[in-house]
Ligand binder design. Structure first.
Ligand SMILES: Cc1cc2nc3c(=O)[nH]c(=O)nc-3n(C[C@H](O)[C@H](O)[C@H](O)COP(=O)(O)OP(=O)(O)OC[C@H]3O[C@@H](n4cnc5c(N)ncnc54)[C@H](O)[C@@H]3O)c2cc1C
Length: 244
């Protein structure tokens, strides 16, 4: 049972300042939110924050997974997909360096056990990669002995968020493997084609011996979870975070 201090810390609010905003694709931006001077945020990889989005009425609170690792504690990164007509994602995409934004966090229980009981497979589409960037950078930073695989599904080659970072990480760490699959590849794509759920059997050996973490929209999560169970993975080894 968390004591009063822990409960207060879990729901702390911060007046942050936007310190970086960068388009990763035409529809996705990474944004850095700097905490006030001297402040730090202690969080576990996989947790999320809520952004207070100003509206004509009272602010609207919207959840976004922290995409930066916990060892970066003076700022956090969000990776935000612009949703057509979406109130909060439009607000975030319009932010400029120097803007002030209120945020609350950290929140959520989509985190990893420590130590990891098994090798681990992360499965994401689009900005569902956000919590896994935090988790993977953290695991690599801590030299976790388990094998880490990332199965990342997108439509086009240039939709692959943080692509060069995954490639570099794989080059530097024998324990990390990235697997990309594209549902609408250009002719020049020589990698895997199709939806993530259809690529799993080719990408994963001894499926029942691993733990699975899935993040994205519910339709993808349902498809992947069903496929994993058909491949013999016990339900208890499948964990997910829904964005919708
Ligand atoms: C725990 C958690 C973590 C999240 N982390 C991230 C993250 O890291 N990055 C990120 O981009 N999003 C993330 N989301 C989704 C985010 O909270 C918002 O739902 C999303 O940005 C849309 O909000 P909006 O205000 O722009 O759209 P709204 O104004 O709420 O909705 C506009 C329209 O878009 C539809 N819609 C709502 N959400 C989505 C969606 N995700 N995709 C497609 N259509 C949608 C609605 O049905 C509606 O028709 C997360 C959600 C949760 C619950």
């Amino acid at each position: 049972m968390p004591d009063a201090i822990e409960r207060k810390r879990a729901f702390e609010t911060y007046q942050t300042t936007v310190s970086l905003t960068e388009s990763l694709t035409p529809h996705v931006k990474r944004i850095h939110f700097q905490l006030p001077a001297g402040a730090t945020m202690t969080f576990r990889a996989g947790q999320f924050v809520q952004i207070f989005v100003p509206t004509a009425d009272k602010p609207r609170r919207t959840s976004y997974s922290i995409a930066s690792p916990p060892y970066e504690s003076t700022f956090f990164e969000l990776c935000v997909t612009l949703v057509d007509g979406g109130v909060s994602s439009t607000f975030l995409h319009n932010l400029k360096v120097g803007d002030s934004v209120q945020a609350m966090g950290p929140l959520g229980r989509f985190t990893l056990p420590d130590p990891l009981p098994r090798d681990i497979v992360f499965i994401a589409t689009g900005s569902g990669i956000a919590p896994f960037r935090s988790m993977i950078l953290d695991l690599v930073h801590r030299n976790a002995p388990q094998k880490i695989s990332l199965v990342f599904g997108n439509r086009f080659d240039n939709d692959i968020l943080y692509k060069t970072e995954w490639e570099e990480l794989e080059r530097q760490n024998t324990s990390f493997r990235k697997r990309f699959t594209l549902s609408r590849p250009h002719e020049t794509w020589t990698g895997k084609k199709g939806y993530v759920q259809d690529a799993l059997a080719d990408f994963i050996s001894s499926p029942a011996e691993k733990d699975y973490y899935i993040c994205g929209l519910v339709k993808m999560i349902d498809g992947v979870a069903e496929k994993l169970q058909q491949m013999g993975v016990p339900k208890e080894q499948i964990h997910f975070e829904r964005f919708d």
